[in-house]
Design a protein around this ligand. Sequence first.
Ligand SMILES: NC(=O)c1ccc[n+]([C@@H]2O[C@H](COP(=O)([O-])OP(=O)(O)OC[C@H]3O[C@@H](n4cnc5c(N)ncnc54)[C@H](O)[C@@H]3O)[C@@H](O)[C@H]2O)c1
Length: 400
Amino acid sequence: MNFTRKKLNMVVVGAGMYACGRGTKEYGTIIPAILEWKKKGSLGEVYVVGTSSKNIRISKNKIKKLEKYTGIKAPLTYFPQNRTNDLQCYKKAIRMVPKPAVCIIAVPDNLHSRIASEAIKAGVHTFVVKPLAPTVKEVLKLVSAGKRKGVYCAVDFHKRFDRANIKLKDTILQNVIGDPLYFLAEYSQRKSIPHKRFRKWVKNTNIFQYLGIHYLDIIYFVTGATPKRAMATGQKGWLFSKGINTYDSIEAHIEWETSSGKKFTSHILTNWIDPESTSAMSDQKIKVIGTKGRFESDQKRRGITIVTDEKGIEEPNPYFCSAYGKDGAASYRGYGIESIHQFLEDVMQITEYRLSIEELEDKRPTFKQSLVLTATLEAVNKSLKNNNQWVRVGSVKQYD
Ligand SMILES: NC(=O)c1ccc[n+]([C@@H]2O[C@H](COP(=O)([O-])OP(=O)(O)OC[C@H]3O[C@@H](n4cnc5c(N)ncnc54)[C@H](O)[C@@H]3O)[C@@H](O)[C@H]2O)c1
């Protein structure tokens, strides 16, 4: 590239576990990705937004340690700046950020659409962690607002960047295993996630919405098929006994149809009450049975086992978001980082008039692509409420 690129400014709304690893020993994914992005030479100002000066101070200290660890300093401004509590200060940050700018949103699920619509209204390109929003009504509003304002909007479905899932897509596209008959995906995390980390907002999500949506998106991404109807069952046990009225586990059964009229089923089994002693944060796997063969991918066991006196047996996934190199010069790599960098690079090219938002519609997890997933999520949630009945998934054609 033989021209100087503009600097891209950023607002990160939410400074918790995913943004900077607050409450964990790690540093999350979003801020590490932004520090890595700085190496490309096109990082402008970064505003990091929380809800209270006390919490933002904790995040600030965490990010300072990360800057030391990576040896990369970023031009960061923190909000709220002076008041003790300010749930609305994201509005000020979004208004103040110089253009071109992006807004990266990593707050509890029920707040995604409210904050995204504020960013879109201000003409800021918007990236939201999954799930985009729990209702089709919210997603529809966001899609049309984005179109009206001409801003690019995408969802952080980072599993699309995992080589194992890209291999799965190619295997299906090249007809290696024939027509899919059924998919089986299992995804679970440790019980401290709902019990401790998300305790304040766990009632605003559920385990299918938090984890199941990832594999729902992967099945959509690798087959291009349309979900037709859904049925879900769920169990309340351990969390309920701790005073948290949410499902420990949810199993969603979904029927799909391909563009050539072929049908298959997916079974997505999720829980968030794994023992704390499990060897990895996420236990995740996907299997597809086709008419000519099968594809199986254990996405927890990536072939590494570390055993220590201190931590027992650990099976890390080095492909998601891992730091490499020594203290003071560590660098982050993985599909979690790639997903954020892809969004930032797309925005750069849009602002340089080298790429149009329309061109990205079929290629990326855009807000419009999320309509079909949110419609399925709604059907799953409806089935859970209505005695586990089969529920039709609303057609996405009607949203065009
Ligand atoms: N933790 C992960 O590995 C992970 C991965 C992918 C996606 N996500 C998604 O990211 C989102 C946040 O998850 P998390 O793990 O970071 O949770 P978290 O509870 O650690 O952090 C959420 C943060 O949002 C902040 N917040 C709440 N209301 C706000 C407001 N009005 N303005 C600014 N900040 C506000 C909270 O103070 C908190 O710091 C969720 O939707 C989750 O599904 C998390």
